[in-house]
Ligand binder design. Sequence first.
Ligand SMILES: Cc1ncc(COP(=O)(O)O)c(C=O)c1O
Length: 417
Amino acid sequence: MDLGSDTRAPDQHPEPSQQGGIDMHQKASSPPARHILSRAMLDTLFDTELRVRRANETHLGYPYNLGIVPRVPTSLGAYLINNLGDPYAGSHYAAEVCALEREAIAWLSQVWGGADMDLYAGSIGASGTEGNIWGLYLGREALPTAILLHGADAHYSIPKAARIQRIDSRMLRSTPQGEIDLDDLAFVLDDLGGRPVILALTCGTTMKGAHDDIAGAIRVLDAAGYGPDRRYIHLDGALNAMVVPFLSAAPAAIRPDFGLGIDSISTSGHKMIGTPMPCGALICRRTHLDRISRAIAYLRSNDTTLMGSRNGHAVLAIWTRLMAHGVAGYTQDALRCTLRAEDMAAALRDVGVDVLLNPHSLTVVFPEPPEDIQMTYQLPCHMGLAHAIIMPSVTDSLIERFLTDYIRWFRLSGRAQ
Ligand SMILES: Cc1ncc(COP(=O)(O)O)c(C=O)c1O
């Protein structure tokens, strides 16, 4: 365990009676507590690291990229780094990394259709969920009477954002593969009597890894008379907005590309990007931020983000990964992971398992296995289905181990033909 420079070896620690906790009877003049950890605390932290490392070794169910290299130098962990306020204005607080935040956002904008940074802007936030809440808020402010339309397979943060903000919403039917059913979209638009819409689309749905047909949805909107002045389109790309752009075979219709007419795109930092803490990014048309921006004298900045204080360490982590791994690294990851997902799906199909693997996706969906397999591999389950997500950190030996366990159960359960 990397203990940093502020700790001593356990045997150099004072007796517990000399430290630990706040002594309420201590006089104000008492010497300050020594900045060292007790043996008990070190043991707890050591056990925690061991538990986390073991959990990582068999993790297959969530879209987390656990092979986090290169990392931000640990010495930066000693500082409070806070990107207060607007990333494009900075603030009075000088220990910030807004320039790196802007660079990371510009990098993502290039990947999402080469958006012109005079017309688009963004920020690094707490998670993909925050990006969804903020994206839908920007939509609500653009079109205050709009109704939110989202697919049945949208992440739960989308209807949650609607509940938090009391935005009316309506769920659209999904295809069996998990995409929004465009016929249902046309039907619902026809039923709305011209009321403006916020349409939430997904690039890589949570359970099935499906990609909504963005270009198709825009065609349906246009055909129903919903031009850009009566619609706001948010794309939730928590996982696959950092996969699809790197796959040359992926069709233009599912690409997270501002050129298609999308108003905002969000992604998670701890998924394909590969940061060691939950975080996310949101990019949108600048006009949407200008509409809600408020000058805050106390900060010497503008209020253009959901959170006031924002995690500068997350910015450092995203920036480090994007700049070091680069387009070449993410392209290699996306190709390698989709190919390995196809191999895994083929191995399951060979023994008769009913598998869903959407094109250009890393999410392999199969019937829910028993509890012991679910727990070992940390597999999310929903309505009788489970999935594995082939992230860059998933090793071939882990896939082999899972296949052995799953196929053994599948055969013993009498499901194999
Ligand atoms: C499609 C989709 N959107 C949003 C999220 C939420 O992202 P975060 O965990 O970064 O809040 C997830 C998480 O898995 C997701 O799959």
